[in-house]
Design a protein around this ligand. Sequence first.
Ligand SMILES: [Zn+2]
Length: 257
Amino acid sequence: MFDIRQYRHKEVELERVESLLRVLPGDAIQVLEAGCRDGFITLKLAERYKSITALDLNMPQINHPHVRCMQGDITSLSFPDKSFDLVICTEVLEHIPPVALNKACSELSRVCRRYLLIGVPYCQDLRVHATRCVHCGMINPTTGHVNSFNELRLMSLFGNLPYRIVEYPGRGIYKTNRMSYAIYKRFGFPYGSYEQEEPCINCGKTLERPHLRLPARLICLFAKGLEFLQNKTGPSKSPVWIHVLWDFTEQDSLKYQ
Ligand SMILES: [Zn+2]
């Protein structure tokens, strides 16, 4: 089972949270956290801001005098235009079905009066740790991440507006290759991230690791070895996340970056 409390102590996660807290602006009052999950970031925001709306697909359970919990969908927000001084959306956009991604981003921009802070995994190789659902046969990218972002894609989703800050926290991205991926695919992705919380993106059932016989296990081990060599000898580690902060009131005074 995926243990979120243990994950919070990992170095890459600590670096991610540290970066978020560093880029947060000080002069915001009304704050929206779109996709607050277990409220881990929300409670950190609550130390700094007086009025936070914590929104998620399932009703969040966060008990803090500065936090108002709300059930909602970022592809269709119920708030009027420019309702918030600061809109924060981290670890969310990679999960949004590609057809709804533009809508989600325009909704986040629409309800934002000034600052928009977006965090997503950076240039993630979505083939790594893929799984196959034993129930419907669907290949799932790891942890339900259906989108991968580089600067170009992320910026274009927000109208290529100039940004105030960009940070790249965490080091150590992991890549795969066509041969290893083809072998994993043939044998049902035995090394996939089956401990993840997210269910199958197609049927919603829990993902289960396949059981392989010895010959298949050996072939998959070979594929894993190939991947290991690729990552050992390849280019040095790259960033795990990208955080971008826009300030919509600065748009006229900044040149395009
Ligand atoms: Zn399924």
